[in-house]
Write a protein that binds this ligand. Sequence first.
Ligand SMILES: NC(=O)c1ccc[n+]([C@@H]2O[C@H](COP(=O)([O-])OP(=O)(O)OC[C@H]3O[C@@H](n4cnc5c(N)ncnc54)[C@H](O)[C@@H]3O)[C@@H](O)[C@H]2O)c1
Length: 376
Amino acid sequence: MSDVRIGIIGGGLMGRELVGVCGRWDLLIDHPVRPRVVAVADPAPGARGWFERVPSVTTLTDDWRALVESDDIDVLYIAVPHDLHEEIYTAAARAGRDYLAEKPFGIDLAAAERIVAAIDASDAFVRVSSEFPFYPGAQRAYAYAASGALGDILDVRSGFWHSSDLNRAKPINWKRRSATCGAIGVMGDLGLHVAHLPLRLGWQPSSVYGRLDDVVTERPGPDGSAVPCDTWDNALLVCDTHPRSGGRDFTMLWETRRIAPGHSNTWYIDAVGMDGGVQFSTRQPTLLRRFRVAGGEQAWEETQPGNVSSWPVVSGAIFEFGFGDALLQMWASYLAERVGALGDRFGTATPAEALESHRVFAAALRSWQTQAPARP
Ligand SMILES: NC(=O)c1ccc[n+]([C@@H]2O[C@H](COP(=O)([O-])OP(=O)(O)OC[C@H]3O[C@@H](n4cnc5c(N)ncnc54)[C@H](O)[C@@H]3O)[C@@H](O)[C@H]2O)c1
């Protein structure tokens, strides 16, 4: 098992999550590599200070360029505000650095196009963070849909509902400002999570109608007085969809909500066709529902997917799977693919998939502005 030295650019919420992933790495059975975080770049002293507790971290700096240029780092994890994606992702690609980048992969479509062009012109191995498809139930749902068991597809719904912004008194931050989050708002925050499995299944939106909602328009600023909160909180995308494998076009809904009362962090996918259907939600991670038409009967089947994941773990197969497990599986997938050891397992989202999702989000924004469907 070879060591992989990781440098984190952006030591906030997601940067810290990676420390948890590395700490649990020994749960994985027979993985080809072992990551450890050795360096962190973040201009915020408080963010850097948190990493002083991590024994493997030997470099703490306020300058991300120091990590991009370092020969003592094998892989970068870049988890910074969206307005910084383009500059750092393109610089890392030009330096030939392998990295896992956070979504949405550029603040808008034009930035995503320039990032992908820089990657295509480099030897860097780059993937994009999207962990929910690594839930065992989601993997089984994906495999069932990919097998053709659904027959002619009629209806697909893919969504992410959380309520991080239900509290109107929550102070403003970069995620709630268009200038730093992006004009696509919640679609930039949650959209790739919703798009990843459908795009991997070859379900290609050909036309989009976007319904966008800015629910909370002001939030407390640094001094407590109200400042504009000008990002879209919720978005519903109604997509005419063409299956790349052939067959009839169908309707697909992509739903992203930061304000979904009654939900905390619910990611789901539902798909139904003439011969079968599948439903999985992280709200009930121990349950996978599959439907099939057999012998003239419509039959639903409930399976308990347990903790049987792409990368087997020493934990009991019956234990519940959670967010931290999904991140562990995603990193296992990324680092294995990087060394050619992915095999036929599910791969992390690609730059091409992130770019495709941006095309759909940009079309949804145009559609809402013109009140007419738009082509991605
Ligand atoms: N995959 C997921 O489930 C998931 C969840 C949340 C956020 N994200 C994504 O991760 C990224 C970061 O989000 P977060 O929630 O960690 O945000 P965060 O605000 O918690 O952390 C961002 C960090 O970036 C640092 N930063 C700012 N400018 C920097 C610079 N020039 N160089 C280096 N660091 C800099 C900030 O100081 C902060 O510590 C975003 O792209 C976001 O969309 C992904």
